[in-house]
Structure formats: structure tokens, C-alpha cells
Design a protein around this ligand. Structure first.
Ligand SMILES: CCCCCC/C=C/CCCCCCCCCC(=O)SCCNC(=O)CCNC(=O)[C@H](O)C(C)(C)COP(=O)(O)OP(=O)(O)OC[C@H]1O[C@@H](n2cnc3c(N)ncnc32)[C@H](O)[C@@H]1OP(=O)(O)O
Ligand SMILES: CCCCCCCC/C=C\CCCCCCCC(=O)OC[C@@H](O)COP(=O)(O)O
Length: 254
């Protein structure tokens, strides 16, 4: 019962906070702009206190370079929104599945924040939407946050990556910055109806340059990102990987 109450309250908070945030965003900025993300961020960062979720971030300063880039991160559940807002840099929009747009105030606030909605079932439409982002990324000095797994994944591993984030980065010739969240499975497990309090480690990895890369380099770029993120995921989640090592590399943020 506690699981359903906590998940239910999370959704209710999303709806209520979205509705309030929509009013604040329209009053402050008048309409759809990435600047609304800083307002949304303030609202969403309150959620962690309701659920006793703590974040331990490493390397967050790597996201503060005021330059365009593609940020990719692993995606475990709707709780990821808290982790996203914990480290979201300025001028950063997200790519989201179109279904979220139809979720009442949640969809509206995402629209107001500049979120790009894609239809995962229509690859060509999704690709052209992302291509459009690639065309404006540099002149609008935008960052874009993409979940390359393309869906929530509660397995104790990373799914294979979709290619769209890498096409976008190579097209815009901007760096890819991987962000890895440790596994939620110690405190959040839908099958076992577990949703208690817990700590999430977040590590921002070094930017991976794409200058000079072309479409033919995308499989290798994808593989490089996938393996470094997978190794980090195992390390942050204390899951012994192939050579059994674990433990964070950089110092926690002060
Ligand atoms: C105030 C309180 C509010 C509280 C609530 C509201 C809060 C709001 C705040 C904001 C919160 C936002 C949170 C957002 C979270 C949303 C999470 C999601 O919705 S995740 C799901 C959506 N995201 C994605 O799917 C992104 C990853 N997917 C991709 O990038 C895919 O590549 C694609 C969707 C572009 C295409 O899909 P698909 O065909 O399945 O994938 P591929 O295998 O990658 O590609 C197939 C072939 O097409 C080629 N390809 C891919 N992209 C391109 C391209 N751009 N140009 C040319 N060709 C491309 C690719 O090479 C493949 O070809 P192949 O021959 O097989 O190699
Ligand atoms: C007054 C009208 C109310 C309308 C109903 C709104 C009810 C839904 C409320 C909140 C839902 C939580 C959405 C929070 C946004 C989190 C974004 C997210 O992380 O979702 C991604 C996830 O989905 C991916 O879906 P798939 O696993 O790919 O599939």
C-alpha cells in the first residue's frame, strides 16, 4: 500500500506542481521558452524531500560550460525527473516521448519548458524533429538532454543505445556529455512494490568531442559512450563488473 501511495502522490505532485508552474511560467516569460526550465527545476527539486531521496553528485561542473552539447543519461523510471532537475544546466531542453504531452498540465509544462516531443513509432518523424534541434542547437546556444536507451529500464544494466542522440551531436558537431545515475533498485522496485528512501549517485563524465566526426563514426561513438556509461553505472551501483572493481573516481561536489 505504501508503494502505491508514494507513487500515486508522486503523480499527483507532478500534476499539481505542473499546473502551478504553468501559471508562474506564463506570468514570467509569457510562453514556450527554455528559460522556463529554471522555474520547473525549482519546483521539481522539492520532490526529493517528500520522498527522502538524496543525491550525491560528482563532476557536475562539467555541465556548466556555457556551450551547446548533447547530454545523454541512463533512464530507469519516472523518478528520473528528480535526477534530471538535480543537475540540469541552463539552456537545456529534453527530448521526450509524445505521449507525455497528453498528460494534462504535465504535458503543458513540458511544452512551456521547450521540451521536444517525438513519436517513437514514426522513426522518420522523430529523426526530422531531432534534425531540426541539431540545426538550431549552435546558434541558440542550446543543450539537449536525451535518454539514448529510449525507454525506462529497471534492469540492473543499460539497454542498447538508440542512435538519434549521436546523429544529432555529429550533425551539430557538439560534444556528448554522458551523465550516469546509480541504480534505484535498492529503494525502488516496482515488481516488488518497493519505494522507500535512498541515495542516488550521479556522475558527470568527461565530454566526448565530435568535431571532425561524420555519420560513419557514429557506431564507434555510440559504443564508446555505452561502455563508459555502463562501467560507471556498475561502479556507482556497487555492482561488481567484469573485473570486479567499483567506487567513485572523482571527489563529491561540496
Ligand atoms: C513543475 C513540476 C512538473 C513535474 C512533471 C513534469 C516535468 C517536466 C520537466 C521536464 C521533464 C522532461 C523529462 C523528459 C523525460 C522523457 C523520457 C522519455 O520520454 S524517453 C523516450 C523518448 N526518447 C527517445 O526515444 C530518445 C532516444 N531515441 C532515439 O534517439 C532514436 O534514435 C529515434 C527516436 C530518433 C529513432 O528511433 P529508432 O528508429 O527506434 O532508433 P534507431 O535504431 O536509433 O534508428 C533506426 C535507424 O535510423 C537511423 N537514424 C536514427 N537517427 C537518425 C538521424 N537523425 N538521421 C539519419 N538516420 C538516423 C539509424 O542509423 C538506424 O539505422 P540503421 O541502419 O539501423 O543503423
Ligand atoms: C488534470 C489532468 C491530469 C492528466 C493526467 C496526468 C497524470 C500523470 C502525472 C504524472 C506522470 C509523471 C510524469 C512526470 C514526467 C516524468 C518524465 C519521465 O521520466 O517519463 C518517462 C517515461 O514515461 C518513459 O516512458 P517509457 O518507459 O519510454 O514508456
Amino acid at each position: 500500500a505504501n508503494f502505491y501511495f508514494r507513487i500515486g502522490s508522486y503523480c499527483v505532485l507532478c500534476v499539481v506542481f505542473s499546473a502551478v508552474a504553468c501559471v508562474v511560467c506564463v506570468l514570467c516569460h509569457g510562453g514556450r521558452t527554455v528559460r522556463n526550465m529554471s522555474i520547473i527545476k525549482r519546483f521539481v527539486r522539492i520532490f526529493k524531500y517528500f520522498y527522502g531521496i538524496q543525491f550525491e553528485t560528482y563532476g557536475e561542473e562539467k555541465l556548466h560550460d556555457d556551450k551547446p552539447c548533447v547530454i545523454i543519461s541512463n533512464h530507469q523510471s519516472i523518478l528520473d525527473m528528480m535526477g534530471l532537475m538535480e543537475v540540469l544546466p541552463r539552456n537545456c531542453i529534453q527530448i521526450a516521448k509524445r505521449e507525455l504531452f497528453y498528460m494534462g498540465p504535465v504535458g503543458l509544462i513540458m511544452y512551456l519548458g521547450g521540451v521536444i516531443f517525438i513519436n517513437r513509432k514514426r522513426t522518420s518523424a522523430a529523426m526530422s524533429a531531432m534534425e531540426e534541434v541539431g540545426n538550431t542547437l549552435v546558434q541558440e546556444n542550446l543543450k539537449v538532454w536525451i535518454y539514448p536507451e529510449g525507454t525506462r529500464n529497471e534492469s540492473y544494466d543499460l539497454l542498447p543505445f538508440k542512435k538519434g542522440a549521436f546523429y544529432l551531436a555529429v550533425q551539430a558537431q557538439v560534444p556528448v556529455i554522458p551523465v550516469v545515475y546509480s541504480s534505484f533498485s535498492s529503494f525502488y522496485h516496482p515488481e516488488k512494490k518497493i519505494f522507500t528512501s535512498g541515495k542516488i549517485k550521479v556522475e558527470v563524465l568527461d565530454p566526448i568531442k565530435t568535431e571532425g566526426l561524420t555519420v560513419t563514426d557514429i557506431p564507434k561513438l555510440l559504443e564508446t559512450c555505452h561502455s563508459v556509461m555502463r562501467e560507471t553505472f556498475f561502479r556507482l551501483s556497487n555492482k561488481p563488473n567484469e573485473n570486479g572493481t567499483n567506487g567513485p573516481t572523482s571527489q563529491p561536489m561540496q
